[in-house]
Design a protein around this ligand. Structure first.
Ligand code: AMP
Length: 361
């Protein structure tokens, strides 16, 4: 279907997924007069703020057809939307970003080949389909190396670091025999991300490069701007723009990168692409003229993108698990912008909220 649909205020968009990202998209949409219908197999934080909710499986074609009848455009807040779901919807109405963005980013091998074909560096990698293949790949890439499932990995799940002395068959078995890639280790100085948006007319606007620190494989702290040469930051944004253009992307795209600083200078290696708004972009709600969520709504509605200008030096801390118990103290802190996702149970490792602090530059 030719995708040139432009929505008007008062229209509705469908969001696949009911997590906090969908919640924040729906809140930004409401401010611009757009209603959101959240579609997910389970109720979640997005349902509290949606105009309507459809609780149904991603294979339920009758329910998907109901969604398609209610909204002008469909988007999603997570990258593992089944291909069939995206295609079923795309045959009926615009899905933004399109199904090809999902197909490319759901499989680490496909994604890395796509990046390398664009001339964008990634970690060295080899596809691995069995223990013997892992043995061969380790002989080529050396140890330590990281074995990652091609699909469904997140927050460090679906991957293991293979060090000297570790048994190959056991390492292979640890990931359940799923198709994998083995990646060589990138000696990075820091991890950064570009959160940007591509509009229906092909223009691209990125926020300043974010610097990300993880704890237990989960994003803990984002600071902006990232500590890197202005030229390197420009390259990071140019890479993200090239990726978005090649995917004919519409919406917010996030590109996670390793920043390598060594005797040869600075360089960037792309780790992965998230075809959605991103945790490292949460600071934009308080710290930029336009939030990543509003930017996503603007893009998927076919509207002009907003200014990505930053209000100051920014720090965004995730509230993971019991860290959210400090909510009252955080609320009492002058200048702290507190966001809570309304999740009832503070399970370990669960993202419960975040707090953004803005400082003069
Ligand atoms: P991922 O699931 O690919 O985002 O990986 C999770 C984390 O593991 C990254 O944020 C890095 O801290 C680390 N990591 C992943 N791949 C590599 C690599 N090739 N070299 C070094 N560190 C890596």
């Amino acid at each position: 279907m030719a995708d040139s649909v432009i929505l008007s205020p008062g229209a509705a968009i469908g969001i696949l997924g009911s997590g906090q990202l969908g919640r924040m998209i729906a809140m930004a949409a409401a401010r611009l007069g757009i209603r959101c219908v959240v579609y997910a197999p389970e109720s979640g934080p997005a349902c509290d703020v949606a105009a309507e909710t459809i609780i149904a499986g991603y294979e339920d074609e009758a329910a998907l057809a109901r969604l398609a009848a209610l909204v002008g455009v469909v988007t999603y807040e997570f990258e593992n939307v089944p291909a069939h779901t995206a295609e079923f919807l795309a045959a009926r109405l615009p899905v933004r970003p399109g199904p090809s963005a999902l197909a490319t980013t759901q499989d680490r091998a496909v994604e890395k080949r796509f990046l390398n074909d664009l001339g964008i560096p990634t970690a060295p990698f080899l596809e691995v389909d069995d223990a013997a293949g892992l043995e061969r790949a380790l002989a080529t890439l050396g140890r330590p190396a990281i074995l990652k499932t091609r699909r469904f990995g997140y927050d460090g799940k679906g991957q293991i670091m293979i060090r000297e002395g570790m048994d190959v068959a056991e390492s292979w078995a640890a990931l359940g025999g799923a198709p994998c890639i083995l990646e060589g280790l990138v000696p990075f100085t820091r991890e950064v991300s570009v959160v940007g948006a591509r509009s229906l007319d092909g223009s691209f606007a990125a926020f300043d490069v974010c610097e990300n620190a993880h704890e237990n494989h989960i994003l803990a702290l984002t600071t902006v701007p990232a500590r890197m040469a202005a030229e390197t930051a420009g390259e990071a944004v140019a890479m993200a723009a090239r990726i978005a253009g090649a995917l004919e992307y519409v919406g917010v795209i996030s590109v996670e990168m390793f920043h390598v600083v060594d005797s040869a200078g600075e360089r960037l290696v792309v780790n992965e692409i998230a075809p959605r708004v991103h945790n490292s972009g949460h600071w934009t709600t308080d710290g930029a003229v336009t939030s990543q969520f509003e930017q996503h709504v603007r893009a998927v509605c076919g509207w002009p993108l907003g200014s990505t200008r930053r209000h100051g030096r920014v720090e965004m801390r995730n509230l993971i698990g019991r860290q959210a118990d400090d909510w009252a103290a955080l609320l009492a802190e002058p200048g702290a912008c507190v966001h809570l996702y309304g999740k009832h149970e503070a399970r370990a490792g669960r993202k419960m909220g975040h707090v953004t602090r803005i400082f003069p530059e």
